[in-house]
Write a protein that binds this ligand. Structure first.
Ligand SMILES: [Ca+2]
Ligand SMILES: [Ca+2]
Ligand SMILES: [Ca+2]
Length: 813
């Protein structure tokens, strides 16, 4: 494998270069044992703006605790504050420096940082070729951000004055005129000033020239000093719950050249070796399946020759049930991997793995371990994400009924969540006119509360697939469309999956009927309520927006308000989306007939109409754009072998034996592809390296393997179906927690990003995106900091995909 060979070379190069001083390694970052200093290996990409993943970053004893090192325009930058575009990055191996040029187009403002290794420290210097623009003087500064969950409750001392990082944000703020606030992304505002025309600005916790952080915690200890600039420490959580602690120095006015110099010295524990991470399936194993733990090791760690499986007996004592050889796999990115195969242990019981001095938590070997893997997702996560309903569980209300005022026609606009409304509405409605009937059914997209039409189509499609193939009869949810009320753990005589299909279909059909075609999304109109953290019912005031009233004023009849918080429907017509919807409507009509005939009828009517209109529109587009539409379409249908096979397998129930036989070469090709992952990486599944971790890809792969085994057990053996379960439930890099909230033996992940996302908690059944890759060689999944959505946010499309994966997987046991 090409990548492996390259990494092996890189590994050897970095290992031999290892010394006590920070050295610039072949991967383009500064390294010493226990400390990595990255300089714009990851740049601010503009996708979701400040994702707390960029700039100068420090990976400290294996944990990325510091990032955001860059010239910034705010004391405590929020997600939608402007981020600098990296215009150049120069790694000078000879002189041990990395130089980065940054630019703010909005202010025609360029700056440079030069980072140089100096013994155990790095020097960070900010250079200006032109003075700071007048408008940014006193605002622009060099910032570095510290992860709150790794620093709170630890000590710091500024110029010898002792203090402690606060567990919760309770420092002081001032307000300043909006005219002094640097522009935010596309001119949006993250805040509601309640008519004061002032914004909130945090005051520093401390100011000085030398700060020592976490002297009480050697893994986090760091010393930063500056002779030429004042250091100010802020708490970013004052403005946004996902803010970090920020250390900054304001750039001096009117100066050019080297304007700020910091010395940054992260402490390294002498001889530090990262604790082995023993990856295994936390949910447990059925007796007959292959059982292989993947052990992730520091590249300087000595490999043990054996590991043991220890049984916990009924009297509480333990015994060694199995001892086996450790088999090397080799380096994969930052770490070295070995495997421990204990497949021959088949006796049901409670076990743990012991490798050297490292013991795992316990897990079960038992025929029933997989029986409940989808229950939390179907009983709790999915119903909580039902929009336009009041959702309750026991004594707890998850959310009230959201968006009672409905949705307005979006005017032409750019949007903060990657949506656009084109120059025409493609509807009969005037901009900002109420489109009736849209506030029904549908599912919240993710940690945000919009209805992404594409995702909602996926949801209905996923649920229909699970229903038609496996008919899950589970009924643990009470759903009343008439009362707009959902109660968890209260059976009502109707299978829940059927009710979820109905709920998704209700919104999609309402879009087709009332808009005339599918909306791209039903989403927030203002950024200030898009970043909402809490009860969905309080995102808007539930009253129709009336521009004739003053802001915050309510009409005498209590039905209208002057607050422009109503949601918008983005209605630019996309005939391909209409075609997808038409497909879903046909399937939904088939499933709903006999349960909700009226809705089935409406779905069928819209399916027929949308299909013929969309085909006509595509034909016209094709004629206009000379083949472009067809090219796009064939690109969509191409895809990789997993998608190609899945599409083919999905047709089997409708086709004859000859069709099934004709697929055999494709299935054989897929079987080789599956086996190929044993050489690609130690975990045997496709691993995504994008800015959103790859759980969807892993689930697609898992579903395809399950179906391939179901239809062609002679080509794809049963042993293959455990790959994805292993990965999801704990056999993966970084840590060994199950990625599915509450599913797992002793250690599922505990912190996710969802609608409850300010709470350092989880919504049961959520599936995390998983391992986020940071360039050039670091995987991570935080379990003490929820707010990194690319690793911790569950999505409605992904979680319903998990339902098919889990349902098909269970059915194969
Ligand atoms: Ca969204
Ligand atoms: Ca039910
Ligand atoms: Ca409103």
């Amino acid at each position: 494998m090409k990548k492996k060979g390259f990494l092996l070379a890189a590994l050897m190069a970095t290992t031999t270069g290892m010394a006590q001083d920070l050295k610039l390694n072949d991967l383009g970052y500064f390294e010493r044992q226990g400390v990595n200093v990255l300089v714009f290996s990851n740049s601010f990409n503009g996708g979701f703006n400040d994702e707390k993943n960029s700039g100068i970053e420090i990976i400290h004893h294996g944990v990325r605790t510091i990032q955001g090192g860059a010239v910034r325009l705010n004391n405590t930058p929020e997600q939608w504050d402007l981020v600098p575009k990296m215009t150049n990055r120069k790694v000078d191996k000879e002189n041990g420096t990395i130089e980065v040029t940054m630019r703010y187009d909005d202010y025609d403002f360029d700056s440079r940082v030069i980072v140089t290794a100096k013994g155990k420290a790095v020097e960070i210097a900010v250079w200006l070729d032109k003075p700071v623009p007048e408008k940014l003087a006193g605002e622009a500064g060099f910032n570095l951000e510290f992860l709150p969950s790794q620093y709170w409750l630890k000590t710091f001392s500024m110029d010898g004055r002792l203090n402690r990082f606060p567990r919760y944000a309770t420092s002081q703020t001032i307000t300043r005129p909006n005219s002094e606030k640097p522009r935010q992304f596309k001119g949006f505002k993250t805040y509601d000033d309640r008519g004061t025309d002032r914004f909130v600005d945090p005051m520093p916790l401390e100011t000085g020239h030398s700060i020592l952080m976490a002297a009480d915690a050697p893994e986090r200890m760091i010393r930063i000093s500056s002779d030429d600039a004042e250091l100010k420490l802020y708490d970013g959580r004052m403005l946004a719950q996902n803010g970090w602690f920020v250390l900054r120095s304001v750039l001096p006015k009117g100066k050019t050249g080297k304007v700020i110099t910091w010395k940054v010295e992260p402490h390294a524990i002498p001889g530090w070796i990262r604790e082995p991470n023993i990856g295994f399936c936390q949910v447990g194993y059925i007796p007959e399946q292959p059982k292989v733990a993947v052990i992730e090791l520091d590249k300087l760690d000595k490999v043990q020759s054996t590991a043991s499986l220890i049984r916990i007996k009924d009297d509480g004592t333990t015994e060694e049930a199995f001892k086996g050889d450790i088999k090397p796999w080799g380096p994969y990115f930052k770490y070295n991997y070995v495997k421990f195969d204990f497949s021959e242990v088949k006796q049901p019981g409670v076990y743990y793995i012991q490798y050297g001095n490292t013991k795992t938590n316990n897990f079960l070997i038992d025929a029933h371990v997989y029986d409940k893997i989808t229950d939390a997702t179907t009983d709790v996560w999915v119903p909580i994400h039902m929009n336009h309903m009041y959702v309750t569980e026991g004594y707890r209300t998850w959310h009230g009924e959201p968006f009672k005022e409905g949705y307005l026609q979006a005017p032409e606009s750019d949007h903060f969540d990657l949506h656009r409304q084109g120059p025409t509405t493609d509807t009969k409605y005037k901009p900002l006119e109420l489109i009736p009937g849209l506030n029904i059914g549908g599912f919240f997209d993710a940690g945000d509360f919009d209805i992404e039409t594409g995702s909602n189509i996926n949801v209905v499609q996923n649920l229909i697939r699970a229903w038609e193939l496996f008919k899950p009869q589970r009924d643990e949810t009470f759903v009343s469309q008439e009362q707009r009320y959902v109660d968890l753990h209260r059976p009502d005589g109707v299978p829940d999956i059927l009710q979820f299909i109905e709920h998704g279909t209700l919104n999609l059909v309402a879009q087709a009927e009332n808009i005339g075609h599918m909306a791209s999304t039903l989403s927030n109109s203002i950024l200030d309520n898009y970043h909402h953290l809490g009860d969905a019912a309080s995102i808007t005031d539930g009253l129709h927006y009336d521009p004739s009233l003053k802001p915050y004023e309510v009409s005498a009849d209590g039905k209208r308000s002057g607050t422009p918080d109503d949601m918008w429907a983005f209605t630019t017509r996309n005939p391909r989306l209409d075609l997808q919807a038409a497909g879903i409507f046909t399937s939904a009509a088939r499933v709903l007939r006999g349960y909700n005939d009226e809705l089935a009828e409406r779905a069928q009517r819209q399916a027929d109409r949308l299909r013929s209109e969309a085909e006509q529109l595509l034909k016209e587009q094709k004629a206009r754009r000379d083949g472009q539409a067809e090219a796009d379409f064939s690109w969509m249908m191409g895809g990789n072998i997993t998608n190609k096979l899945q599409t083919a397998l999905d047709s089997i129930p409708m086709k004859d034996e000859a069709y099934k036989e004709s697929l055999r070469p494709l299935v054989k090709e897929f079987a080789d592809y599956v086996k190929g992952f044993d050489q690609n990486n130690p975990f045997g599944v496709p691993i995504g390296l994008g800015n959103w971790a790859g759980v969807n890809m892993v689930l697609s792969f898992g579903i395809a393997v399950n179906y391939a085994h179901l239809y062609y057990p002679d080509i794809v053996s049963k042993d293959e179906i455990y790959r994805v379960a292993n990965w999801l439930y704990g056999c993966h890099p970084y840590h060994n927690y199950s990625f599915v909230a509450v599913v797992g033996a002793a250690r599922p992940k505990q912190v996710f990003y969802g609608n409850n996302r300010a709470d350092f908690s989880f919504i049961p059944g959520n599936v995390a995106p998983g391992l986020l890759f940071r360039q050039p060689d670091h995987f991570e999944n935080f379990d003490d900091w929820p707010f990194l959505w690319g690793q911790n946010e569950g999505t409605i499309a992904g979680n319903t995909q998990y339902i098919i994966f889990g349902t098909s997987f269970k059915n194969l046991q």
